[in-house]
Design a protein around this ligand. Sequence first.
Ligand code: PHE
Length: 484
Amino acid sequence: MTIASNALRWRVGHSFPPTNLEKVMTEKREHWGSRLGFILTAAGSAIGLGTMWKLPYVVGQNGGGAFVLLFLLFNLVVGIPYFIAELMLGRHAQRGAVGTFYKMTGDEDSSWGLIGWLSVCASFLVMGWYCVVAGWGLNYVLMTLTEVFQGKNAEQIGTMFQTFRDSGDLNLLWQVVFIAINATIVLKGLSDGIEKWSKLMTSGLFAALICLVCYSMTLSGFEQAVEYILYPDWSAVTSNTVLEALGLALFTLSLGYGVMVTYGSYMKPEDDIPQTSMIVGGANFIVSLMIALMIFPMVFTFGLEPTSGEGLIFQTLPYVFSMLPGSTILSLLFFLLLIFAAITSSVSMFEVTVANFTDLYKWDRRKAVWVTCAIGFAIGLPTAFQGSSWFFPSWEGVFGMQFMPTTDVLINWLLVIVAFSTCVFVGWRLDEKQLKTGFGTKSALVGLYPVWRFLVRWAVPICICVIILNKTGILDFERISRWF
Ligand code: PHE
């Protein structure tokens, strides 16, 4: 046992075997109100800024259709099998991300608990920048309503974004508003808060998305966009594209952050995990495609570049909207969509840490939520002040990249470690009986059990190992691919 886990154990103060109080608390765990509620909540967590903000520009920079195909492949081979693994762990243990490992090993001191803690750290780190960028979305709703984009050219709209980005106070204001929205929802608990609001917002998101895709279908750039998204240009694919597609498949399914372990802990024994996972994974992929089908026709109609990077949503799109008929409604629908997607994802990060604190330290929900908000707020400050105050603007000069991408590097490391260890834990440490019952003997997809078992034991850890080898420079795939 490591010193770190000893220290954590001291804080946790759990006894093993569990005391009566612990048993009662575990037994009383809340469950999802309905299957549909869970599906929409999990899909809401999956569909977020990664799907709406990151995926489109990464598709644009990585050869369109080829990237989409790789993304689909990794969803099927890595994402969904690992999604099933996280859900079944949580359901089995009926505890949060850390407690799950203690329970599954039958040892409240187990070093495996560290994997849970790493996922909690990843959740906190991502929560930091997520609340700031989602705050930008709130700001853009206000900018849309005040019609400031009307009559401006692309350059002026670009400058507006930069000015906003460099205004620490404004970033801070919207970050606080966004955190307050999350706190209000998560304070209400599982069914009255997270499930209720995720159901509403995810349904709203689907409706808004369908309207916007229909609108995009009427634009002259639609055909070009379809070709761009579906026609694979393999010459644009590099080893980095492959790794990016794999990383994004994990990120957009919220994997490696303890989210699905926590959400799984609210499932009932009779819930069909494989089928639900397929539905959520499928919905996430279809929504990703729809978002691309909504954005790219607009970009192509005005002869703009799909490769414009992070500014695609906050610079290119507002300009495009301002030139289209019905611009205010369009822009409003789009940024509301973005905010709904962001909220349903961020509440899942909050719930990871809240469930963990209430499970391990027996805090009440209120205290756990406030502590989570305070930590999330503090971690977000550097991103909010990245362009304006303190030493954050000079961060780039020192580290060669801005603060947000620097934390991204850290998060990505945490994720690969968590994902790899969790798969090894599920695939190799659990016994056959635990695996079978976890997968569900009555599942509609029970026939796929051997395939899933193979993927979790081999395909997922190997794919993740490849990322680790590439990241550490032990294997340079760029060089290897040049040999062929
Ligand atoms: N899946 C979310 C997205 O695509 C991101 C996320 C990561 C949500 C981690 C929860 C936890 O934006």
